[in-house]
Design a protein around this ligand. Sequence first.
Ligand SMILES: Nc1ncnc2c1ncn2[C@@H]1O[C@H](COP(=O)(O)OP(=O)(O)OP(=O)(O)O)[C@@H](O)[C@H]1O
Length: 556
Amino acid sequence: MASLYNQAPSVSAIFSLYTSFSAIMMLFRTIFNDIVPKRIQDHITGKVVDFFFSSYLPSRFTFVIEKEWDSVENITFRAAEVYLPTLLSGLSTGNIVVGSSNLKNPEAQPKLGIPIDINITDEFEGIYLEWTLHSVETKNSPYEKRFFHLTCEKEFRKKIMTEYFTYLTKSADNILRESLKIYTYDRPNSCWLSTIFEHHTTFETLAIESHLKTRIIDDLDAYSQGKDFFKSVGRAWKRGYLLYGPPGTGKSSMVAAIANYMKYDIYDLQLQSVRDDGELRKILTSTPNRSILLIEDIDCGSGASCKCQIKETKEDCERVSLSGLLNFVDGLWSSCGEGRIIIFTTNHKGKLNPALLRPGRMDIHILMGYCTPFVFKKLVSLYLKIDDHVLFDPIEKLVLKVSVTPAEVTQQLMMTKNADIALKGLLELLEAKTMKEEEDSIEIEDGDTRKLNQMKKDNSSNRRPGIRHSTFESLRLGLSKHSPGFLRFWDSLNFKKDREFVGITVLFLDEKNSPFQAEQQMEANFSGSSSTSRQNQKIDVGGRLIKGILQRSETA
Ligand SMILES: Nc1ncnc2c1ncn2[C@@H]1O[C@H](COP(=O)(O)OP(=O)(O)OP(=O)(O)O)[C@@H](O)[C@H]1O
């Protein structure tokens, strides 16, 4: 007993051992707090807590968010990619991934990327959340597979599902709207590729008639606030615009103005590059909500052009059929997603298949026409910062007479900052155009007369049962008997190559009507082979107002 007592450590030895242990622990704690980065501290603490106390603590729950969902881009994954870098910006220690794809502005601050296998913590209404991006190589694909883990305590699972993910997508949406992107479809990799969209055209810098501007802005406002209305009337929440007009009249600029106004990304799809309707459906459904789907030159490369009416087989036409396209515009597929704006552009509205032009298909048809005096003055005030000049008057007169695009005007105005020189250059351009059009008009008039005579001759033999044909004798210009004060214009040159009569152009206009409003009143199609110079001859008879409309007829 005495020997046992002798072997036991003395109180002072125990005390000294305790003091040393405490000193080591304090030193270790100080090193841990001062030297080890906060993120690693959290990680180690988490692991230690998990190891010792996991059986006592409520179990954790992990959401797995993969990059693809139903073979298309997973919106939740995309939202996390956009949102999580905002949580990294405050980090002062550790590694951080940075980079930039903005080739236009190499000096711009790089963006933050999400590091692989590093925990990123977030807090939502007092709930502690842990995000981790993982990447694994796959056997069947040359690309690595990426996915997020989002971990929280099990009891919050429902709240995260119902509230946090909504918060996540809304936050990502707001971030994305601060810097717009334009996407093009990368077919080999079946995904959309983005680049920063830096087109600075807004409705302020777009030279269009003010009533047209007001109409479009009002429509966009009504649409963006009308989610409930669309739902209540059983319609998909989407809006379709058809922009048409000659090259250089501002169709692309209008798309940019709409995107900047709505703060929507643009998904620019080249229909020619789409294999078939199945692929089209896949591509279109992979565009996110609140975005613009842009299909430029819709008359090229899709069944949307008239020629597909005539051809029988799909191979005869382009690879994407009209019905495939229409199904997305207003068929069952149109209800996939919400807040979409679909914009088609064309230089030749007359070539479009009537099925695409039917009321209700594209909500608004917007003519981007040649320069008017208003547009000319707006461009001058934008480019030269002046509102008056002695050359305004002769230029305005010529603008009414010849077809000049805003692009031609801006090109002239950009040549110099000296208003006198720039406007003189523009005047010379317009004079040269006037002379050219007058020369052409003589030649074409001869051709038209010949064609008309031939048509008159063939007209009776060309009739088809069941189709109401007009006679050329009845085509004229004058005042409408039915609508006093209205001008009615019949254009006789609407026939196809095979001389089949396809329709006449009838316009009802009064002095208050703008070309845009008149478009809504048009009763027949514009297909045909009217020539510019012929239109200009009619201007002299019909006056200024008619000219604006006639510019829409296109040379076939
Ligand atoms: N209405 C306009 N207001 C201001 N600038 C315009 C307008 N229309 C054209 N422009 C100028 O002309 C250039 C070409 O216009 P834009 O590309 O928008 O025409 P477009 O109708 O889309 O032509 P295309 O059919 O060839 O694609 C623009 O960069 C812009 O500077």
